[in-house]
Design a protein around this ligand. Structure first.
Ligand SMILES: C[S@@+](CC[C@H](N)C(=O)[O-])C[C@H]1O[C@@H](n2cnc3c(N)ncnc32)[C@H](O)[C@@H]1O
Length: 210
């Protein structure tokens, strides 16, 4: 079993296994690993899965509980016209770039039912560092930016959502909607990491050690 498959089995599916008649929106199908897992759940719990990809992935399954939509996942008006008004689960596994993921969060958040979930794959840069086996500049930088963006997203919306990070393999972020209030505007967190005060703190703690 691949790490990716194991990650979904251990850290995603158990969180939604008890949903009755779930409506799931999946962004990014490719070979359909996640699609097939969601469809298994839909079969047991009498749910429906709507999956979006820019590439034609319609051959992945013939399941009657599945609708494939071939378009870009930020084609919001078109996708909303193809899916129910409210959804229980949003799975984001398409273009792993922070600005794109942010756009998807703001574009779909209002469709999620209270207590519903948003899962975001690929939030850990650790396996992609230069000295690691997956060594990959694009994934390292984009996953780190996505992780930082999610922290800022949480910082503005901590009263409305729960956020958890899982760092197994390339990571998975889990957001659960805790309120029907709309999202606050996005702002990057302003930390004091690069302040003069912290520069002095680091300088003097080095002197103390040496
Ligand atoms: C990592 S793969 C998805 C893997 C899939 N979830 C699985 O379990 O096998 C990413 C997919 O996202 C699709 N994709 C990339 N950018 C997209 C976009 N803007 N809109 C829709 N699909 C996109 C790619 O065509 C690719 O099939």
């Amino acid at each position: 079993m691949s790490e990716y498959s194991l990650k979904l089995d251990k850290f995603l599916i158990p969180l939604i296994a008890n949903l009755i008649n779930p409506v799931i929106l999946e962004l990014g199908v490719e070979n359909g690993i996640s699609t097939k897992k969601f469809l298994e759940l839909c079969k047991i719990n009498k749910g429906k899965l709507y999956s979006v990809d820019i590439v034609d992935c319609s051959k992945v399954s013939e399941d009657k509980n599945w609708k494939f939509i071939k378009t870009s996942d930020d084609n919001f008006d078109f996708i909303k016209s193809e899916i129910p008004e409210k959804i229980d689960v949003l799975y984001i596994d398409s273009l792993h770039e922070a600005n794109h993921v942010k756009k998807l969060l703001y574009g779909y958040y209002h469709l999620i039912k209270k207590s519903g979930f948003i899962f975001i794959d690929d939030i850990s840069h650790l396996p992609y560092l230069k000295n690691k086996n997956r060594n990959n500049f694009y994934c390292e930088i984009n996953n780190k930016e996505t992780y930082d963006m999610l922290l800022s997203f949480y910082n503005e919306n901590y009263e409305k959502i729960f956020l958890n990070f899982n760092f197994f393999s390339s990571g998975l972020a889990v957001i659960q909607k805790n309120s029907n209030d709309p999202l606050s505007n996005y702002n990057n967190i302003k930390t004091r990491e690069f302040s003069l005060k912290n520069l002095f703190r680091r300088f003097f703690s080095k002197i103390k050690v040496s």
